[in-house]
Write a protein that binds this ligand. Sequence first.
Ligand code: BG6
Length: 480
Amino acid sequence: MLFGGTGDLSRKKLLPALYYLFCENRLPRKARLIGAARSEPEEGFKQFVQAAIEEGVESEFLEAGTVAAFLSTVRFAPISVGEPGGMAALAELLNEDSERRCAFYLATPPSLYTPLVEALAGAGLTGPRATLALEKPIGKNLESAVAINTALAEHFPESRTFRVDHYLGKATVQNLLALRFGNSILEPIWRAPFIRHVQITVAEEAGVEGRQGYYDGVGALRDMVQNHIMQLVCLVAMEPPVRLSGESVRDEKLKVVRALRPITGPAVMTETVRGQYAEGAVGGKPVPAYGDSGSADTETYVAVAAEVNNWRWERTPFFLRTGKRMGSRDTEIVIQFGALPHLVFREQDASKLQPNRLTIRLQPEENIELVLMGSRAGIGMEHMELAPLSLSLSRMGGKPPRRRIAYERLFTDWLNGDQTLFVGREEVEESWRWIDGILAGWAEQGLKPAPYAAGGWGPAEADKMLEDYDAAWRNPGQSE
Ligand code: BG6
């Protein structure tokens, strides 16, 4: 049951993902999909679903019989918070079959989470066979997140609550877990001082499009760092879990969030950068400044020099950045290894040496690449010709599989009751605690967003921040 069933997220991602699962027989055979919203779209919900899958699904999967079979499972329920009638009618429909398992997905603004769950409880729909999945953001600071989590916990215990962060459903995230915990050779060097620093970049070409109402006053730190980037930090930095289960993985991720050095007060001036895009061009097309229609105090870019203060990562900065209207759409994690302890090569060769680097790319393509130094086998030792060689670690050979929508994985795990790729309550709250410290520092220091040209790589202040660490951002596509 999809609350917010007629929203943007449902149309673009959730409905196409459910359709793919249906095509692959991954949904329970008797499953029904009920969309809920205040009112049914004019064209009818079935038409809405059909349009969403025609838009979001590859044409080879749109066989008419399959589409019709999927649509035959679709229903609509008009539900308005504060009007109990709708929920009562829904309860009647769902209780027709006492064996039915209900899976509720909240893809609404977070302000509706508590009233919706209370209404579900009021209609007797939160029994032990029901599970709840909810989208980010959970609140807008620690206080509101605690209030939502507490209210929800009254009706859904943690074991039946699935907090979604769609970054955890991306294929490379699973690959990262396989790389870290399925190989023994990386583990001894996966730490300070072998790793000099870690960079995480989530760059988007897109602006905020139709979402300004949500984004203005929220900004990049809350929209992207509190959740998606935090999850990536956790997966890179966490200790090996005892097993790949929800509880073990969450325990280890939580320790990482707790180990983040707080960035508060004057530290925000040297360890964070806020930016807002000014006029520019993206993909050859002119783009107006964010400030033309949005608030001057909303950051569309943020960079943070974070530190995980524990044994493994002491003095290894984690440079995090994300921005709208950047040079290209790229999400990558760069693990930068240290320089050689001693040089054996002649000067002209040594100048070509680069420290090793592991790049875990989530977008635009999903790939893991290791850069090692090699020689272009010249003849004679005076022609060592050192050159970086890059090794792709994620090509399994054969035709690349269809690139899945992250939600396909998450829906499957949710319906199977597996919480490994979902976010625990404490993680969310600890993450807000850290973010709140930065937000308070910005307010206290009066830090305003610095302008950057749309289509560029963020404000100059962010480059300067890394120079102070004797490091530099690796911009996607940058040549060696
Ligand atoms: C969402 C943010 O959670 O993630 C958006 O609210 C952002 O602002 C989006 O654009 C990015 O997701 P993806 O999968 O396109 O990188």
